[in-house]
Design a protein around this ligand. Structure first.
Ligand code: DGP
Length: 118
């Protein structure tokens, strides 16, 4: 069984967060340590630790994450200028919380996605 993280407690409202949206499949709240004017996390209510743990039955939930990302971007007023959606996985992806989450980051130019090594 996967171990619950702080995100499960935010989803169940056991601990506070700035929650922007919640439905039967996903919860959206502002990142505690934002890197841009808009930085929110779109999180499945079901505990899926990493992208490596996704099952075929999760397809609808994963699709909902993108549909909700579009809505939140619009609500935040950043749709036209653009934004970035990021899902980190594992050590090399620098995933810190082992409950899948999609970062929605925008509100300023973000530059290149990943720095080149040279
Ligand atoms: P990642 O590296 O992709 O696992 O990003 C984890 C993000 O989660 C990081 O940007 C900070 C955020 N975060 C961690 N703990 C909390 C918390 O308790 N509340 C909120 N709102 N965000 C958190």
């Amino acid at each position: 069984m996967a171990e619950e993280t702080i995100f499960s407690k935010i989803i169940s409202k056991e601990i506070p967060a700035d929650v922007l949206y919640q439905d039967d499949l996903v919860t959206v709240f502002r990142d505690i340590n934002p890197v841009a004017p808009t930085h929110v996390l779109i999180v499945p209510n079901k505990l899926i630790p990493t992208v490596n743990d996704i099952e075929p039955e999760d397809e609808v939930t994963l699709g909902r994450m993108l549909v909700v990302a579009k809505k939140i971007a619009r609500d935040e007023g950043i749709s036209d200028d653009g934004y970035r959606l990021i899902i980190n996985c594992g050590d090399h992806g620098h995933q810190e919380v082992m409950h899948i989450h999609m970062h929605l980051v925008g509100g300023r130019p973000l530059g290149r996605m990943i720095k080149r090594e040279t």
